[in-house]
Design a protein. Structure first.
Length: 732
């Protein structure tokens, strides 16, 4: 049954029920009124009966008084006679008023005539007594006519009694009928009310039962939705890793290939491969971000951050690209705007990266401006306006409403000439809306475009401070990393070995800490030019350590994050915690060199063996020696050391994961799985093992799933260790 038809049925039933109740109520009221009228008639009849009796009594009393006066010749007997006569007249008047029957009216009229005639004879007898004496009065009294009148009055009174008795019976019968009908309609009305109450009670109970069922269904649906969201999130996390892993490998090998001696044509091909790969990686990042937003997994995580520090990080990010295009970037922050705000710095960085990236893409010459202003403060909140302007190609007015739609750009020619998917501005719009902000655009073709984002942020009581500006590296190829002291905060032994090897080759002075707490103690005792900070460590992780360094101790030494996470926004998250930049694991030599040069103001000379790429044709089933050979630069001692560490650490880490699971310590399982990513990377096992390690780190684990994942991990690691032992025998 459709909803509309059900509504019509309910409406019809409501109207019919009301009409029935009105009909019952009308008839009930009618019978009650009849009953009341009948009762009034009964009272009237009782009054008539009383009047007739009073009339008979008064007539007899008058006659008795006159006879007594005549027979005793004592005038005292007629005292009160006038009162009796007046009473008789009043009773006759009342009888005339209440009679409502034709025959009764006829008899009442006859009775009135006879009473008056009787009173006339009685008065005549009394007058004869006073004038002629007793004898004359007795003669009048004894007249046959007087007796006849008295008899007629009695007869007429009896007839009126009989008629009124019959009328009384009719009234009583009518009252009885009306009472029964009123009772019946009352019973029907009460029955309808009781039935309606029962139906209403049933409807309420049924509605409550249905609501409870619906609540239970909603609860089940919510659980399924949460499970689906978790599956989606895990899927996106896995997809993020699975897609980025081969892309990063492609870009990495392309970079290595560029360092080879290539002819001009080959260099052009490699350059195009690298550019296309970077473009594809950006597109993948946008699609994954959009998928997260659609799946409801893009969360806003507020935390204190420095607005000026964040802006500086964005400047640093685009510095090289702006120089390559010979564009000028100007930034300005309103002095009235508090520096430390509470919000999601990762999402704000993502917004700025998209807007500034667009400005750089579509600006051939001129400048790009970022202007951050205070639009008003109230109740510890500030409306922060961020305006990104450029002098680029601009957008036609009729196209402004469509640029925020997905896969849309102002003109079809834009995609052909400048590239891109048209997702960047759509992501910006979604991120702004998630933070309860607003987004607007102004543009003129050929003159440039201005995007204005307004987001409300809480004003923090804490002060983070702006991270120090990186010193421009001096690109003197003859110089080395001189007078550079670096603190490395890393708990993984293989990664420690890798950094020791690299820094020894680069003549860098460094100290090693195994966790954040050790790093803070060392920073209190010695100054460093740079800090390399691992993220996931025991005792104190990298995020907490950075906040302690910045807030508690006020140390402004540049910090570069090192992490095996490769999710979009990881760099921005590191920046929001006060770090200056980000490098992903496994660490690449050239990338690390550039970061050290950028933040210390030095640049390394080309060291023997450090820039050369050793091409290895791997005969192994599991391990891949490309990464180790790239890092070692032919140093057999380093290769031997990391191989020995790999052989020793892999069984220990597998045992630690299994033992943590048996103890029910899921956080430790995840931590050990994450840490193992660095251990296996040195032997080129990242691509084959990261899906298993990601599943152990991020998925919801049950006994069967853990067993399957661990067995597969153990099987691959066993084979890899066997191959590493064979390699070690060769190295010795």
């Amino acid at each position: 049954m459709s909803g509309n038809r059900l509504i019509y049925y309910i409406l019809a039933a409501f109207i019919a029920g009301n009409l029935l109740l009105i009909f019952i109520q009308y008839n009930s009221a009618k019978n009650i009124n009849n009953l009341i009228g009948g009762n009034v008639q009964l009272l009237n009849e009782y009054e008539v009966s009383g009047y007739l009796k009073d009339l008979e009594r008064d007539i007899i009393s008058i006659e008795s008084k006159i006879r007594g006066t005549v027979s005793t010749s004592d005038s005292s007997h007629i005292q009160g006679l006038d009162t009796k006569i007046a009473a008789v007249d009043g009773e006759l008047t009342k009888l005339n008023k209440i009679s409502d029957d034709d025959s009764s009216v006829k008899y009442v009229d006859e009775l009135e005539r006879l009473v008056h005639e009787k009173l006339f004879y009685s008065k005549q007898a009394l007058d004869s007594f006073h004038i002629s004496g007793k004898y004359a009065a007795e003669k009048v009294i004894d007249l046959q006519k007087g007796k006849a009148i008295t008899d007629s009055i009695i007869i007429i009174t009896s007839k009126i009694h009989d008629l009124r008795a019959k009328l009384l019976e009719k009234v009583i019968a009518s009252n009885d009928t009306s009472g029964k009908k009123a009772l019946r309609f009352g019973t029907i009305l009460i029955s309808i009310v009781l039935i309606s109450a029962a139906v209403l009670f049933w409807i309420i109970i049924n509605t409550i039962r249905n609501q409870n069922q619906l609540i239970e269904q909603l609860h089940i649906s919510q659980q399924k939705e949460r499970e689906a969201a978790r599956v989606k999130e895990n899927f996106l996390a896995n997809m993020s890793h699975e897609i980025r892993t081969p892309m990063n490998a492609m870009l990495g090998f392309t970079n290595l290939l560029q360092r080879k001696a290539l002819d001009a044509e080959a260099k052009e091909y490699v350059s195009k491969i690298q550019k296309s790969g970077e473009t594809l990686l950006n597109i993948i990042d946008d699609i994954l971000d959009l998928s997260k937003i659609e799946a409801g997994m893009m969360r806003i995580e507020p935390a204190p951050f420095s607005i000026r520090g964040l802006l500086h990080s964005v400047e640093t990010l685009f510095k090289l690209k702006l120089e390559a295009r010979q564009l000028q970037l100007t930034t300005q922050v309103d002095t009235s705007l508090p520096d430390t705000l509470v919000g999601d710095a990762t999402r704000l960085t993502q917004i700025l990266v998209n807007l500034v990236g667009n400005a750089v893409k579509f600006t051939q010459q001129g400048k790009i401006t970022i202007d951050i202003t205070n639009q008003g403060m109230a109740e510890n909140k500030v409306q922060t306006a961020i305006k990104v302007s450029d002098t680029g190609i601009g957008i036609a007015e009729e196209k402004l409403n469509t640029i925020f739609e997905r896969f849309q750009q102002a003109e079809a020619s834009v995609t052909r000439e400048y590239g891109g998917t048209g997702l960047g501005l759509s992501i910006v719009k979604e991120l702004v809306q998630l933070q309860h902000g607003s987004l607007s655009v102004e543009s003129q073709p050929g003159k440039g475009t201005s995007f204005t984002v307004i987001i409300p942020y809480q004003i923090s009581t804490e002060q983070i401070g702006m991270p120090p500006q990186a010193v421009e590296p001096a690109f003197d190829q003859e110089s080395v990393f001189s007078n550079v002291s670096i603190l490395v905060v890393e708990d993984n032994e293989i990664n420690q070995s890798l950094i020791r090897h690299l820094f020894k080759n680069w003549n860098i002075s460094f100290d090693m800490a195994s966790n954040g707490s050790e790093a803070i103690l060392m920073l209190q005792q010695k100054e460093y030019n740079l800090i390399l900070m691992d993220i996931q460590m025991p005792v104190m992780d990298g995020y907490t350590a950075t906040q302690e360094i910045r807030k508690t101790h006020g140390i402004s030494t540049p910090i570069i994050a090192m992490t095996a996470h490769a999710f979009a926004g990881e760099r921005e998250k590191c920046l929001s915690f006060g770090m200056n930049d980000y490098i992903s694991k496994p660490i690449r030599e050239e990338q690390l060199q550039k970061l050290i040069a950028q933040f210390t103001g030095s640049h390394p000379a080309t060291q023997p063996g450090t820039a050369a790429t050793v091409h290895v044709t791997s005969p192994h089933q599991f391990i891949d020696l490309h990464y180790m050979k790239e890092i070692s630069g032919g140093n057999r001692d380093y290769e031997k050391a990391v191989t020995e560490q790999f052989i020793e650490m892999i069984p220990e880490e597998l045992h630690a994961i299994e033992q943590a699971w048996q103890q029910g310590n899921l956080p430790l399982v995840r931590s050990k799985a994450h840490n193992m990513k660095t251990t296996v990377s040195v032997m080129g096992l990242t691509e084959i093992l990261n899906p298993l390690l990601d599943a152990l780190e991020y998925n919801e684990l049950t006994a069967p799933t853990f067993t399957n994942l661990f067995r597969e991990l153990q099987s691959i690691c066993t084979g890899a260790v066997a191959e590493a032992k064979a390699l070690l025998a060769i190295l010795q």
